[in-house]
Design a protein around this ligand. Structure first.
Ligand SMILES: *Cc1c(COP(=O)(O)O)cnc(C)c1O
Length: 389
């Protein structure tokens, strides 16, 4: 068997040795349609859009080159680029359920992912059960005769709970249930769920794959059969086509993915150590932090961690939380993550001033640790922590 191409080969060379006019940077095929030299060729393309260039809502050469790299990175046969991570998630869920089916989902999944089962699929008679997911038996116990899909996100991106991917995939296989995982946090640099038996991997490429906070995109990776199924039954009719320029931007940003991720990892570990030793901090939620309750599982299924984690302040004062957040200079106050820059997202910001904040949410601060100098980030956190009780 041919050995898998290295990450560098995928990011820097794959599919790029015979570009038009010997261009080094892949050309952007900014075209909506492709034409045919004859009736017969036209007929052929219409009969099988998944393997022809016909219309850019389906395939586009710039997009396809990017997809071949994303598939290889995830050790998948095939991948589809879509217009957002949420589109990737919606398509992957919709493709594997029909009226009367049942989905088991991790309860701390991304908010719009939860919405898909609580508000969207419920309109079409699809049931769901949320599970914590730290114990693989959570999934097993939730199975019903009509369960067709397990939806995972490991780790979850506010509470950082992991699922044992191998064990959950094994349970799913026994019961003929499809598995979809959101792998946005770890990226394919640090975790390859398909190698552990998971069927379909989705990403918000708006995070590390894009890596520069300058685009919104999503990825779906899996077997040829599953991706073709999603292409024909969901992608073509719903129409979340990626723009060729966006695919080009992703390829450009991907070239540094394997360099960026270890820096996020080292920086995050340093900042975690500082926070764990700071008297104003109650606890740190990072799978690779010293003493983390799922540290063994983290090491067994991931080669490293990214720059996103949460921590709990000791204070229970809303004013302290605001003062801390407002005192930061290097951390930008914003949603999302995965770019070069550090960000702060306090869980309390989702609540109006006259609204009660659940006890576990008030002191919860999520940080994205960017590519800046870790010591400078630590100094910034220190001066802000020094201001609160
Ligand atoms: C951001 C995010 C999404 C949604 O992706 P978009 O590109 O914003 O649509 C899904 N899952 C996770 C874990 C995310 O962080």
């Amino acid at each position: 068997m041919k050995s898998k191409p290295s990450v560098s080969e995928i990011l820097h060379h794959m599919g790029e040795d015979s570009l038009p006019l010997n261009a080094v940077s892949p050309p952007i095929f900014q075209t909506s349609i492709f034409c045919f030299e004859s009736f017969e060729k036209f007929q052929e393309a219409l009969a099988d859009e998944s393997s022809h260039f016909l219309y850019s809502r389906g395939n586009n050469p710039t997009v396809n080159l990017c997809e071949s790299k994303l598939a290889a990175l995830e050790h998948a046969d095939s991948a589809k680029l879509v217009s957002s991570g949420s589109a990737a998630i919606a398509l992957s869920i919709l493709a594997f359920v029909k009226k009367g089916d049942h989905v088991v989902m991790v309860e701390d999944a991304y908010s719009w992912t939860r919405y898909m089962v609580t508000d969207y699929l419920s309109r079409f008679g699809v049931e769901h059960t949320f599970v914590e997911g730290k114990d693989p038996r959570d999934f097993e116990r939730a199975i019903k005769s009509n369960t067709t899909l397990f939806y995972l996100e490991s780790p979850t991106t506010l509470t950082f709970k992991l699922q044992d991917l191998k064990a959950v995939a094994r349970i799913a296989k026994v019961h003929g249930i499809k598995t979809v995982i959101d792998n946005t946090w770890a990226t394919p640099i640090f975790q390859n769920p398909i190698d552990l038996g998971i069927d379909v991997v989705v990403h918000s490429a708006s995070k590390y794959i894009g890596g520069n906070s300058d685009l919104v995109a999503g990825v779906i990776a899996g077997s040829m059969e599953d991706i073709n199924h999603i292409f024909n039954t969901e992608f073509l009719p719903l129409g979340p086509a990626p723009d060729p320029f966006m695919a080009w931007l992703i390829m450009r940003n991907l070239r540094t993915l394997h360099i960026r991720m270890p820096v996020h990892f080292e920086n995050a570990k340093k900042v975690c150590r500082f926070l764990q030793d700071n008297p104003k901090v109650e606890s740190v939620l990072y799978p690779f932090a010293a003493g983390y309750d799922q540290a063994d599982l983290a090491v067994s299924q991931m080669r490293g961690g990214s720059g996103l984690f949460s921590f709990m302040l000791k204070t229970r004062s809303r004013d302290d939380v605001k003062l801390f957040v407002n005192s930061l200079h290097l951390f930008k106050r914003a949603v999302s993550w995965g770019g070069y820059e550090s960000l702060v997202f306090p869980a309390a910001v989702k609540f109006a001033d006259d609204q009660e904040i659940p006890a576990g949410k008030l002191p919860l601060i999520r940080l994205h640790i960017g590519l800046e100098d870790a010591d400078e980030l630590i100094s910034d956190l220190k001066q802000a922590l020094d201001k609160i009780s």
